[in-house]
Design a protein. Structure first.
Length: 113
């Protein structure tokens, strides 16, 4: 994936929020899988549940023994998504309408690619 592709994916997810902010709870999040660059807009509650699930999977992998389980643990850690507050990637225009903060999105994409 190129940086431009990642920017498009982030913009798409942020646009979902911009187009329907009432669909989301008070803490909407961008969920980015750092291994696949899958980007999704989710509710904050779902982000908290995802974090708990990831921690449980890591703990289970850490409790297991052997090279195969170590590989599974490494894979799980690489798949753990990163979460970012969507509201950090929107601004209001002069008419008070939400729009994508393109500079913030570009900065986020640079952290990955």
């Amino acid at each position: 994936m190129t940086r431009e592709d990642l920017i498009k994916a982030i913009n798409h997810a942020v646009t979902l929020y911009v187009d329907a902010p009432d669909y989301f709870d008070a803490n909407p999040q961008l969920r980015i899988n750092p291994a696949t660059f899958d980007v999704v807009a989710i509710n904050g509650k779902d982000a908290l549940e995802g974090i708990a699930d990831n921690e449980e999977a890591i703990e289970e992998a850490a409790a297991a023994q052997g090279e195969e389980t170590e590989d599974a643990s490494d894979w799980q850690v690489a798949q753990n998504p990163d979460f970012y507050a969507i509201k950090e990637y929107v601004v209001k225009d002069k008419d008070g309408k939400l729009k994508i903060n393109e500079k913030a999105v570009e900065t986020l994409a640079k952290t990955y690619l």
